[in-house]
Design a binder for this molecule. Structure first.
Ligand code: PEP
Ligand code: MN
Length: 251
């Protein structure tokens, strides 16, 4: 069984993949592009929490077999967002890591159900939640299994979709001993801003990144404006490794 601390031996932890699994061809093509770059974890989102009921809701369990085949072929670890506690047992054998989305950070029944599982959990920060509330939610799951993910909050600044609160991420990391990764994709909502925010996060010495990468971003079924191509991500990763090494002294 993979533990959180084993996962964190990857410095920085690199997680990437599409906003959502859309088809076997789509997720396979993206995974095959990412694996040789040294990406550790593939975003594999089967259930999408969407603001509008009319929007794409995810492929659901139909995607499990596609991703299991990819895991076997590439060795990538798989992370999946859980939006309902009934999803947790379904993901055994497919998902090595579970994640809680921003909208569910305070879904306490979901957090209690996750406490009964044993896989690492990435806990995204709710966009109106304080750092203390974020840590309190981690306590429901058990801090030793949790990696926090700063994905931007709502502030007076409205120039991008959200504001990446590196301040809170640093306090959670240094004052509370929690590993923290950053999500520059949902923070910015703009693909042209993703590289700069990614580099800002690793320059701050955060523990990793999760970036949305799609083989055909313009035609993605969700978050089409913020996904970047594998080619762009490859260039970015070269810089990420250099900046992280300068910031932390870990090469
Ligand atoms: C996601 O990571 O796919 C997502 C929906 O992000 P968030 O929960 O941070 O909005
Ligand atoms: Mn998304």
């Amino acid at each position: 069984m993979l533990t959180r601390d084993e996962l964190l031996k990857h410095k920085p932890l690199i997680m990437a993949g599409p906003c959502a699994v859309e088809s076997k061809e789509q997720i396979t093509s993206i995974a095959e592009a990412l694996a040789p770059m040294g990406v550790h974890v593939l975003r594999s989102q089967f259930w999408k929490p969407r603001t509008s009921a009319a929007d794409f809701q995810g492929v659901g369990e139909a995607g499990f077999a596609w991703v299991r085949e990819i895991k076997e072929k590439t060795g990538l670890l798989v992370a999946t967002e859980i939006v309902d506690k009934d999803h947790i047992p379904l993901t055994h054998g497919t998902s090595d890591i579970l994640w809680v989305g921003a909208r569910n950070m305070q879904n306490f029944e979901l957090l209690k159900a996750l406490a009964k599982d044993d896989r690492p959990v990435i806990l995204k920060r709710g966009f109106i939640n304080t750092m203390k509330e974020w840590l309190a939610s981690a306590d429901y799951i058990g801090r030793e299994r949790v990696i926090l993910c700063e994905r931007g909050v709502r502030t007076g600044a409205d120039s991008m979709r959200f504001t990446l609160d590196i301040n809170s991420a640093l306090v959670a990391k240094h004052d509370h001993g929690m590993p923290v990764i950053a999500d520059p994709s949902h923070t910015t909502g703009r693909r042209d801003m993703v590289p700069a925010m990614t580099l800002a996060s690793v320059a701050a010495g955060l523990d990793g990144i999760v970036v949305e990468v799609h083989n055909d971003p313009e035609n993605a079924l969700s978050d089409s404006k913020q996904q970047i191509t594998p080619e762009t991500f490859k260039d970015l990763l070269d810089k990420v490794r250099k900046v992280y090494a300068i910031a932390t002294g870990i090469a």
